[in-house]
Design a protein around this ligand. Structure first.
Ligand code: SDX
Length: 390
């Protein structure tokens, strides 16, 4: 009903693939989703419209969008048994560990009778994942706080509902600040997809064996967790807090340049962008808006971040290596200002990226594909005899 849900061939056995979803020009700092600039989507679209675009390849009509939103809302609740599954974790477990468990467990709840060769079944899996990720993410947070899970409210937008499930309690409603909701929706858009990054490649590789989509997304969440990838947004805040004051910035810049020091400037550099990450520019504007709304434009973290950015953009070490701020540099400051703990930052990245992961999974499964089999350059021993005389 939303259009054709099948695509051309996806994952080749060498690890590279054809894809029609996202285009990146790292040197020019260009990011397109189905041909639309990320800055235009961030300014004019919303997350669910962007989800529709990534999944189906075209922007929805008003009628298609309305139907899509209703379908997403009809899947926001999770099985009550998930709550029991949650109780098996320690309260101080990292929310990403819990998310990997809960999303992997979705295979046990929703995988039965799923035929991944059927576009309709794939579409239902996509809806279940996009709809339930915010509910599961908020459950992780509530559990860590020792507070009861808050059920989704279908009278709210996707971003408003997430903030409601995070911060409302049975005793008190959470009045969603529209600026916070808009900022969260923009964060969701900016993290939705990014071509063949490490976690998306993991989802494709897992999917190329025919594994069910819930297990593939759990594999993607695991990969995203690392500080070199999605875990960087949490690591940026930790770094800024460690810097503590603008007067300490030079010391950390020196550490970042010291080859004997494993320290990296979190939120800087990228495997592909050798220019400004176009998402970082939008994120910086959003950061200014949220902090202005809170009357915190002089937030010490923001001041350190802006000073750090300015120094790094002038420092020959970073300029020569084309190290620019990436999507993770400002997102954490925004989320911290909204009241989201740093431990939840990568969970929110995973929530947003789920639509990208499932769009790539579907693109591959919807066409002719082979099981992935990345190659190696063997540098070990040549054949040798076993020492039978020992
Ligand atoms: C994401 O792939 C994606 O699309 C990912 C992502 C997505 O949306 O999915 O965009 C999300 O993961 C963004 C990246 C978040 N990670 C961080 O912010 C962590 C800090 N950044 C680095 O760890 C690093 O920049 C990487 C991991 C992102 C990229 O590492 P590379 O490929 O090794 O970087 P490079 O080849 O461009 O490095 C060139 C030089 C090297 O020094 P030399 O050997 O040339 O002397 O720059 C150095 C690197 O050591 N370098 C840094 C640095 N990043 C690279 N030095 C200090 N601080 C840094 N952050």
């Amino acid at each position: 009903s939303h259009g054709v849900f099948t695509y051309d061939p996806g994952f080749m056995s060498t690890g590279s693939c054809e894809s029609a979803i996202t285009y990146i020009d790292g040197d020019a700092g260009v990011l397109l989703h189905r041909g639309y600039k990320i800055a235009d989507l961030a300014q004019h679209s919303d997350y669910l419209e962007t989800c529709y675009l990534l999944l189906y390849g075209e922007l929805p009509t008003a009628e298609q969008k309305a139907e899509f939103v209703v379908t997403v809302k009809n899947h926001t609740m999770v099985s009550e048994s998930m709550q029991k599954f949650l109780d098996g974790f320690r309260n101080d477990a990292h929310p990403m560990a819990v998310m990997v468990g809960l999303v992997g467990a979705m295979s046990a709840f929703y995988q039965d009778h799923m035929d991944i060769t059927d576009p309709k079944h794939r579409e239902i899996a996509a809806f279940r994942l996009i709809s339930k990720m915010p509910t599961l993410a908020a459950m992780c947070y509530k559990y860590s706080k020792g507070q009861p899970t808050m059920y989704p409210r279908n009278d709210l937008s996707y971003a408003e509902n997430f903030l409601h499930m995070m911060f409302a309690t049975p005793c008190e409603e959470y009045k969603v600040n529209p600026v916070f909701a808009k900022a969260m929706d923009r964060i969701f858009i900016l993290h939705a997809d990014h071509e063949q990054n490490a976690s998306t490649s993991t989802v494709r590789l897992a999917g190329s064996s025919g594994a069910n989509p819930f297990a593939c997304i759990a594999a993607g969440i695991t990969t995203l967790w690392g500080p070199a990838h999605g875990g960087a947004n949490e690591a940026v805040l930790t770094m800024l807090e460690e810097i503590g004051d603008e007067s300490n910035i030079d010391e950390f810049i020196a550490k970042a340049k010291d080859k004997n020091d494993p320290f990296r400037l979190m939120g800087f550099g990228h495997r592909v962008y050798k220019n400004f990450d176009p998402r970082a520019k939008v994120m910086r504007e959003t950061c200014d808006q949220v902090l202005a709304e809170l009357g915190q434009s002089d937030d010490p973290m923001l001041k350190i971040a802006k000073r750090l950015e300015q120094i790094a953009l002038e420092d020959p070490y970073f300029v020569e290596r084309k190290l620019y701020p990436n999507v993770d540099f400002y997102s954490g400051i925004i989320m911290k200002a909204i009241g989201i703990p740093t431990s939840m930052f990568t969970v929110i990245f995973a929530m947003s990226r789920t639509v990208g992961w499932i769009s790539h999974w579907n693109e591959m499964i919807g066409g002719a594909y082979k099981i992935g089999r990345p190659r190696q350059l063997y540098v070990g021993h040549t054949e040798r005899e076993y020492p039978t005389d020992k």
